[in-house]
Design a protein around this ligand. Structure first.
Ligand code: SF4
Length: 210
């Protein structure tokens, strides 16, 4: 169990999945820089939060719901939590996360949503079998099942993210395609830093060779 002081942001999981260095720059070094993609994403979240709660038949909608899990050491906010009325009259929570782009090949968005569900489960003492991701670019909702594999993957990423943040160390940059959409590209300079590291490694190899 974690203490209040050791909770990390659920958003850190998304940053870790995207790039551990980005995660450390934001959550260890407190660097943040906004680019077009993050600004559009932020506006989309703000719009989702501003719309207020509502009821539609057997569905109640709550927005900007605070979340935390002392078991996993997480804190954050869900864009939307729907409550679906079940046949026995109980209300089943169903988290919905708004994403600016389109569905991705990796599981990063699903991991973030699953972490939200695990927080809700702990807070409400219920089991949550599924939720949904809403993508702004496709205007489509993608249903996500919180199965055993996704839960294990989520808990593993939570653990790795905790280890990274508590180590206080920022990994060196590795230039990849993802860097072109990274809001920290200008400050991170992955191509330049990588080159510097290879020259340093080359010199140290040369000097240590007999
Ligand atoms: S520019 Fe690339 S290496 Fe640097 S933080 Fe962003 S994704 Fe990571």
């Amino acid at each position: 169990m974690f203490d209040d002081d050791d909770l990390i942001m659920i958003s850190a999981l998304q940053h870790y999945c995207f790039c551990p260095r980005q995660c450390a720059l934001i959550h260890v070094e407190q660097v943040w820089s906004e680019n077009r993609l993050t600004a559009e994403g932020r506006l989309m979240h703000e719009r989702a939060h501003e719309e207020g709660g509502e009821s539609r038949g057997d569905v109640r909608i709550a927005r900007a719901v605070m979340l935390r899990s002392f078991r996993l050491g997480l804190i954050g906010m869900a864009d939307v939590v729907e409550f679906h009325r079940l046949k026995d009259g109980r209300w089943q929570p169903f988290p919905v996360e708004y994403k600016h782009g389109k569905p991705k090949a990796d599981d990063c968005d699903k991991v973030q949503l699953c972490a939200q569900a695990i927080c809700l489960e702990e807070m409400m003492n219920v089991k949550i079998p599924g939720g949904a991701l809403f993508y702004g670019k496709t205007r489509r909702r993608l249903d996500v099942a919180f199965d055993e594999n996704l839960r294990l993957e989520t808990e593993s990423i939570v653990q790795q993210t905790h280890e990274l943040i508590s180590s206080g160390r920022t990994p060196p940059p590795v230039y990849e395609k993802r860097c072109e959409s990274c809001s920290l590209l200008e400050g991170c300079l992955p191509k330049k830093m990588q080159k510097k590291r290879s020259v340093k490694a080359y010199l140290s190899r040369m000097l240590s060779d007999p």
